[in-house]
Design a protein around this ligand. Sequence first.
Ligand SMILES: *Cc1c(COP(=O)(O)O)cnc(C)c1O
Length: 457
Amino acid sequence: MTQPADGAGTELELLADADRRARRWTEGIGSPGRAVFPAEDALATLRRRVDEPLSDRGHAPADTLAMLDEVVGAGVVASNDPRYFGFVVGSTLPVAAAAERLVLAWDQCAPAFDNSPAAHVVEKQAGRWALEALDLPRSAAVGFTTSSGSGAVVALTAARRDLLARQGWDVDRRGLIGTPHIRVVMSELAHVAIVRAVRVLGFGLDTVERIPVDEHGRVRTESVPPLDERTILILQAGEVNTGEFDPFADVLPVARAAGAWVHIDGAFGLWARASRSHRYLTDAVDLADSWTTDGHKWLNTPYDAAMLILRDAQALSSTMNSDTAYLSGDEDAQKNLTLELSRRARGISVWAALRTLGSAGVEDLVDRCISLAQYAAEGLRAGGFTVLNRVVLNQVLVRADTPEQTIAVREHAATAAARTNGCSTPPTTASDQPETWTATAERRSSSEARRGSASWA
Ligand SMILES: *Cc1c(COP(=O)(O)O)cnc(C)c1O
């Protein structure tokens, strides 16, 4: 690194300073003095202080780092805190977070072997382990994507390309105008990231066939329309409000026999498969053609680390191929499986998590979060609240006596989270039911995490 004109801080000094500050942040997680969601005055300071003009001559590096820690750090949500129940995002396993620090120092551009042999070899191994942990076809391709949402865009692109090719239509050459119609069939309760993927790919939301759901939020088997070889069917493992699973065993064999392409949105719920006592929820899910899941949710890797898994490895690598004279790669080079060319080696944190946990560790993580969700549901019931879902997984959907009361409790929780230390992040609201809230058990508590790091070291 070139030395800044002001000479303030060598690269190593800056890294040491950043590391000291980062360690202090981590040490404070879960301490009584730290709110999970930042207080109003910290947020006001954050907005005011960050709103500075782009300076002509810049600032000293150490000054920028100090501001980041002291001003910006005060506006950070402590998602690693045991009291964080908002959304379905995870925290970080200590080893995955630490591995990420090292990967950052390496600064690898990781599209293919030639750019980073280390990343290529380790991400391949991470993909193999992910297939094993999730018990999906071992010959499938695994692309490490920024998110399940972007993975879904790629999966559905590959799906449409493949279905069109089967109709004799080469979409790469002929484009989409005048194509045979490709249907999309999906749940009424499909996640917004899936709805967005379908929309941006130009399927047209008015043409998408939505399947009604039962009282648990699972698609009704009898309402699945007739499927054919021009259909993409999207099902989900883990609905974001209820944690429920679509009836794969009833639907997938039929879809397969009909020649439809089945995509599974398993952003967090697919990990139920890693647990012997919960994998029944995912029975037959391995019959699908593609799956998306996150490392940064239930596996507790840092952001962003998600996986796109395609049964037909060749279909994925030919859809996403970006080989060119100056930069070619193997079929399983990550640049030939994902949307990115320059990319960080996000699969390394998945490797670090899986290597450290082992299959028993992943199973334990899943089982423990599910039992914590059940414990939270019991506590909420005992406190007079109505738990609306069956709590089959890690999601708890809750309501008070009246919609007004529920909204009041939720707002109180949000305010308390901001003002005091005794409450969690604001729980989230079910999209179609503003009078409910959802809490998620998806993270290791920081004390558990520390114990974990000690015993695995
Ligand atoms: C979070 C989530 C997504 C989107 O995943 P990202 O990694 O945030 O893009 C899709 N589906 C479900 C069920 C989710 O919970």
